[in-house]
Write a protein that binds this ligand. Structure first.
Ligand SMILES: [Zn+2]
Ligand SMILES: [Zn+2]
Length: 415
């Protein structure tokens, strides 16, 4: 199967993020925070890399159902494409709604809502596990008879549509607000204000929310994020943090029926004897404090340099992984994961992040040699990569805090 439009659009994402950063400078507003935006990009990278391994579940199930149960075999055409777009968008509405309203599924979607800012980088903040919970919603489309490649492309367009609506620079859009999901509608969806919780699930068409009673207009400026903030820049923790909390909640709940409702009911549900469902806490923009540990001097520049390489390697990985031997594929995926985890940890001033970063850099050299060995890798790229890694080792050594300072920095991060 050829590449999804989501991957092909990577350069456009970064150009538009650049434009938004310029607009921020121009208007003297503060929409981006370096570590938050970088974590959003980390989550996007891990989601794409994980997708290489997990696509087999969602797309595999769709292809299986199409092969065995399809009523029709609908040919690709503009008319069929528009019809499929509308149906895939309706599927997205329900997949998204279930992701918010079933506690277990929420763990697969919460990642997208953890950013406390609202800008185009939030659109890239995607979960690695969400499709595991929601792929079944789309299976009726396979039964109708839309072939898998057609479905993958058109449903990617529903996701792609949602990129531009993650911005505060666009206000209201007149009559378009009636039909389309717009920046204003989607800002509401990302708000943690009580009136905005579980509203505006739309992908591209807001008509589904109007039809199914989940529409809420933007009447106050949203405070972005989730009611229990993540307080971490670690993209892997962002993806799994919900499950230990869910497990603890199950253990603390008496009775099987109650426990099942904790897992499959709404997030925050509790039995009456434990006080009933949790209230959504009120929140005020002027008193809300966003998670913002102060990184050590020089660290953001170092992490940014590593990310330029990481984003390049992750894109290259997604484009070329099919021709790689499985061992190289797993090693590279692990290396990218280690890179984003270390980057987040360095920005949080964690001492373990320094302990991870040095072996990661040394592993980069080993990976470069392995890629050169396979000869599909250009010699000059290997040499350039090697020089970058060696320069990074020296840079890392220069920035590395002494033992006492590291301990202080780490405790400062949690203060
Ligand atoms: Zn959502
Ligand atoms: Zn969003």
């Amino acid at each position: 199967m050829s590449l999804s439009p989501i991957v092909l659009s990577i350069p456009i994402y970064f150009v538009l993020i650049g434009v938004e950063l310029l607009a921020e400078r121009w208007q003297h507003t503060h929409r981006y925070r370096f570590a938050d935006a970088l974590t959003n990009i980390s989550c996007g990278m891990t989601s794409q890399v994980a997708g290489v391994f997990m696509r087999v579940v969602g797309v595999g199930a769709y292809a299986f159902v199409y092969e065995h149960f399809a009523f029709l075999h609908i040919k690709q055409s503009w008319t069929a494409g528009i019809l499929l777009f509308v149906l895939a968008d309706l599927g997205y509405y329900w997949a998204h709604r279930l992701s918010h309203q079933i506690n277990l599924f929420w763990g697969g979607h919460v990642v997208h809502h953890q950013s406390e800012d609202y800008n185009l980088s939030v659109a890239l903040r995607q979960s690695s596990l969400q499709s595991l919970f929601t792929f079944f919603v789309y299976l009726p489309l396979a039964v109708i008879g839309f072939e898998p490649v057609f479905f993958v492309y058109i449903s990617a367009l529903v996701t792609l549509y949602q990129f531009w609506i993650h911005t505060e620079f666009i206000g209201r859009l007149g009559p378009l607000e009636w039909v389309l999901n717009t920046p204003s509608h989607h800002r509401v969806h990302h708000g943690r204000n009580p009136r905005y919780i579980d509203k505006n699930y739309a992908g591209a068409l807001i008509v589904w929310d109007r039809l199914f009673g989940t529409f809420e207009p933007e009447t106050e400026r949203p405070v972005y994020g989730i009611t229990v903030p993540l307080q971490s820049w670690n993209p892997l923790w962002a993806n799994v943090s919900h499950y230990p909390a869910l497990w603890r909640q199950v253990q603390a709940t008496p009775g099987l029926a109650n426990r099942l409702r904790v897992v499959f009911g709404r997030p925050g549900w509790r039995p009456a004897e434990q006080g009933g469902p949790l209230e959504i806490p009120p929140v005020a923009e002027d008193t809300y404090r966003k998670y913002q540990p102060t990184p050590a001097r020089g660290v953001p520049g170092y992490v940014l340099a590593q990310y330029v390489v990481l984003v390049g390697v992750a894109a290259l990985f997604v484009f070329t992984q099919k021709s790689m031997p499985p061992a190289t594929r797993y090693l590279l995926a692990g290396w990218i994961a280690a890179g984003v985890v270390a980057g987040g940890g360095l920005l949080e001033n964690r001492s373990w992040a320094w302990q991870l970063e040095v072996p990661r850099l040394l592993a980069s050299l080993a990976l470069l040699v392995a890629l050169l060995w396979e000869s599909s890798f250009l010699l000059w790229a290997g040499a350039l990569g090697g020089m970058f890694v060696l320069a990074s080792v020296a840079w890392c050594y220069k920035l590395r805090p002494v033992a006492g300072a590291a301990a202080n920095a780490a405790s400062g991060a949690t203060a």
